[in-house]
Design a protein around this ligand. Structure first.
Ligand code: 26Q
Length: 826
């Protein structure tokens, strides 16, 4: 495949537009605008055109959707159900056009109508139905499963409001509600006929033996309706289309007519509000469970709706043979958030379908598998027994039964000592009685996976060590991946074109073909084009920074990027402290030949996470001081870009030279931003944590900057005590930086603002920011040196791109399909 060279960002990978196709598309657009949007082309706004375009594209997707669905049905293929509280989808127009191969045709058709496709793309609101990595992984997996023709359905919640919009006021994070549905959602289909009743509360009745159904019957006090909305997900080259089905909550009697007639007008509305609140808003915390009742209601709401839907479909297609469920269905639990699905399936099989307990349990275990995304014990979900008994009384009984049989089995097989019972029990009897959702998921699943090699190994050694001894084959690794369609082709069409021209068009279908790009690492012509493509993105990002923050940055400087949720373990603090050290050094020796740098930060802190919000404030305060210091000659700039989301990531990633992956070793389960940045040619500065370890193996030690303590060293250090004060005393640079922060150099109007922050680092530096500081600063000095040799830098950058093929989520999905789900893949 030879394509004409171009450095235009706008030119995407696609065949040149065929004139007949352009005409057909143009007609379809005008028809949609007229008859579906109801607007005259003469007065239509860009938003009207966006809707018309999305609906036109959706038609093409639907044309492929029904054949996909029919084929699965006719072949009686085993289906995969991906249950996730979060789907961080972002925008869909670019994705859909790219996968259908329609980008250039659409661009031409719109251009004939006087409309700019790039403009329309930016109008689409981000579907931000997720917090961070876990939610984005679910979205990448949906795309890969469609691309590999896996018969898959995603199930989640159609939140009215996704993750909050972040803005910065006086350096502080502020949260505003996000309203992605305000102007409608052209991608989805409401399915009023797909509706399930979800019960809460009430009591359990023992019905007469011999009545057919189990023996117990749950009589909920309250019922909420789950209403389905379907979004078709089109795979690469439009070959297959799957469905993302999100549930919205409604009151069964939305008018509350009975109360209304009694004259209780507000009371009539209250029950409606209570029901609808379930799907109103995404929980904005990541990593740490919030523990509120509403969260448990959300979890049960969508898990139950999904299971009822799954069983209904199975019964329709497999002659009502519920005993064959696990032959035709695989259900993946994205962390423990949908773990209540395990007792829910038991309830449906035993109480509703009349199966005996043992048979039901065998089916349940064979159907479910569970992905763990965190090791922090405090981040594992626990639900208080009293709350469970009140909200889900039948499920609590079932969990007790699962637990009793689980413990009996282990005792009978001599697998545990009596003193280990408390440890493996599904009920935590310490600190109030709580259901351990991680244990429930482990016991109820046939496979449990970690998300990187290191994380899986640590799962075996720490949180799940006893379970791993008892069930040594249950834990497996599935290193995360990212979809290259979004994170390479759409985010970086210029690089995609260069790759297709050098290694050939096969790279568009086979990510492992990227390896051939390594042969060009020393080719000056390719290096120059690679650099020119990066420069275009850096100029575009510099423009965005200037528009949004009124900060001027030099596109030739090293763009040093840390973009992710703000969390202490991710150590944005380490980055900003080292930035201050660099600032001090630059001021002390202004005539040295400093590598010009732009420090780019973006990310949201959970609204209630005060320490994380203080770190955002510190970054902004440091930015104020650094950016207005004329002595630096623009050699250092600090930028905090507000409202990090998928679309902003797509703009930042191809423009980044250095990828900051500096979590305390052992704490980042995998990371996926690390993969996106390296794929686009950024070099990583990072610890041996999560998937960084595997990135290092792939790109080679010379093309990555690894520093700091290993996970084992972190563990030892925490055991032996950190001794932060001695450490600081021994490092003049670090003492100076901490002194400046503590004394208010960056917060002159509030000099004590950061005193506690610094004190707590000195007292108990749990995340080992100070212990890793010198190693990090030394690695950053190496980075600055390497940058001075642009040829060497470009070589390393090309090798990063070339060696990232393995991190395609297609590879990850193939592994799940073969080793966990037992379904065929293309
Ligand atoms: C649970 C209960 C109540 C409220 C909130 C939560 C909650 C919500 C979100 C707990 C955890 C999360 C999200 C976790 C997450 O995103 N983990 C990340 O998953 C990525 C995909 O595997 C990994 O790459 C990251 O390393 C991991 O941090």
């Amino acid at each position: 495949m030879t394509l004409p060279p171009t450095s235009s960002l706008k030119t995407r990978i696609a065949l040149p537009a065929d004139e007949a196709d352009v005409v057909a598309l143009r007609r379809a657009l005008v028809a949609k605008l007229t008859y579906a949007v109801g607007k005259d082309p003469l007065v239509a706004s860009n938003h009207d055109w966006f809707v018309a375009t999305a609906l036109t594209v959706r038609d093409r997707i639907v044309d492929r959707w029904f054949p996909s669905t029919r084929a699965i049905y006719e072949q009686k293929r085993k289906r995969v159900y991906y249950l996730s509280m979060e789907f961080l989808i972002g925008r869909l127009l670019g994705d859909s056009l790219n996968n259908l191969g329609l980008t250039e045709t659409m661009r031409a058709a719109l251009a004939e109508l006087g409309v700019d496709l790039e403009r329309l793309r930016t109008i689409e609101p981000d579907a931000a139905l997720g917090n961070g990595g876990l939610g984005r992984l679910a979205a990448c997996f949906m795309e890969s499963m469609a691309s590999l023709s896996v018969a898959a359905h995603g199930y989640g919640i159609r939140y009215d409001h996704g993750l909050f919009r972040q803005y910065i006021k006086d350096g502080w994070q502020m949260e505003a509600p996000e309203n992605w549905l305000a102007s409608g959602n052209p991608w989805e289909f409401e399915r009023p006929e797909v509706l399930f009743h979800i019960g809460f509360g009430g009591h359990v009745e023992l019905v007469q033996e011999g009545s057919g159904a189990g023996g117990y019957h749950w009589r909920p006090a309250e019922t909420v309706e789950a209403l389905a909305y379907d979004t078709p997900v089109v795979g690469w080259r439009g070959k297959h289309v799957n469905t993302l089905r999100l549930w919205s909550a409604r009151a069964p009697d939305p008018l509350g007519l009975e109360a209304f007639n009694r004259g209780d007008h507000l009371g009539a509305l209250a029950s409606q509000a209570r029901a609808q609140s379930i799907s109103q808003v995404l929980y904005p915390s990541d990593e740490t469970p919030a523990g509120e009742e509403l969260r448990l209601r959300q979890e049960y709401f969508f898990s139950s709706a999904a299971l009822q839907d799954i069983i209904r479909r199975h019964m329709e297609q497999h002659d009502g043979d519920v005993r064959a469920l696990n032959e035709h269905v695989a259900i993946q639990l994205n962390d423990t958030h949908p773990a209540i699905a395990i007792p829910e399936l038991m309830r449906l099989l035993v109480d509703v379908h009349g199966l005996e307990w043992e048979a039901a349990w065998t089916i349940t275990q064979a159907t479910f598998s569970y992905t763990n995304h965190t090791l922090l014990p405090e981040a594992l979900e626990h639900w208080g027994v009293p709350l469970m008994e009140r909200l889900l009384p039948r499920h609590m009984q079932i969990i007790y039964m699962i637990n009793a049989l689980h413990l009996d089995r282990l005792r009978a097989a001599g697998k545990i000592e009596e003193n280990e019972v408390g440890e493996v029990s599904l009920i935590d009897e310490q600190a109030g009685r709580k259901v351990r959702m991680g244990w429930l998921s482990f016991v109820g699943a046939h496979k449990v996976n970690g998300v990187s090699a290191l994380h899986t190994e640590l799962m075996r050694q720490t949180v799940f060590s006893t379970f791993n001894r008892i069930y040594p084959d249950r834990i497996v690794n599935k290193t995360n991946g990212i979809t290259f369609r979004r994170w390479l082709m759409e985010a970086n069409p210029g690089l995609t074109r260069l790759l297709a021209e050098t290694v050939g068009g096969k790279v568009l279908d086979d990510p492992m073909a990227l390896a051939d790009f390594a042969a060009y690492a020393d080719d000056t012509g390719v290096q120059d084009r690679f650099a020119a493509i990066r420069k275009d993105h850096k100029v575009a990002l510099a423009r965005l920074i200037s528009e949004r923050l009124h900060i001027r940055v030099n596109p030739d400087a090293l763009f040093d990027t840390q973009i992710k949720r703000i969390h202490e373990y991710k150590r944005q603090l380490l980055n900003i402290l080292e930035t201050i050290a660099l600032y001090d050094s630059m001021r002390a020796q202004p005539t040295r030949s400093w590598t010009p740098r732009v420090k780019i930060f973006a990310g949201k802190a959970a609204a209630s996470y005060h320490r994380a919000k203080l770190i955002i404030k510190l970054i902004n305060d440091v930015a104020q001081v650094v950016n207005s210091d004329p002595t630096l000659n623009g050699k250092l700039k600090v930028v905090f870009l507000p409202n990090y989301n998928v679309s902003l990531a797509e703009a930042i990633i191809p423009a980044s030279d250095l990828s900051e992956q500096i979590s305390t070793a052992g704490m980042e389960a995998s990371g996926t931003g690390n993969m996106k940045l390296a794929l686009n040619g950024a070099l990583t500065i990072g610890t041996l944590d999560g998937a960084n370890v595997e990135i290092k193996q792939q790109v080679g030690d010379d093309n990555i900057f690894i520093f700091g303590m290993t996970a084992a060293e972190v563990e030892a250090k925490r055991r032996d005590g950190v001794g932060a004060r001695d450490l600081v005393a021994a490092s003049p640079m670090l003492s100076q930086v901490l002194e400046q922060v503590a004394s208010g150099v960056f917060s002159p109007s509030e000099p004590d603002l950061y005193r506690d922050l610094v004190e707590s680092l000195l007292d108990h530096d749990h995340f080992l920011v100070l212990s890793d500081f010198d190693a990090y600063a030394a690695a950053q000095a190496q980075v600055a040196d390497r940058w001075k040799d642009q040829k060497a830098w470009r070589r390393s950058a090309i090798l990063n791109t070339a060696h990232m093929g393995w991190f395609s989520s297609d590879r990850t999905i193939r592994e799940y399909a073969r080793e966990i789900w037992d379904v065929p893949v293309q």
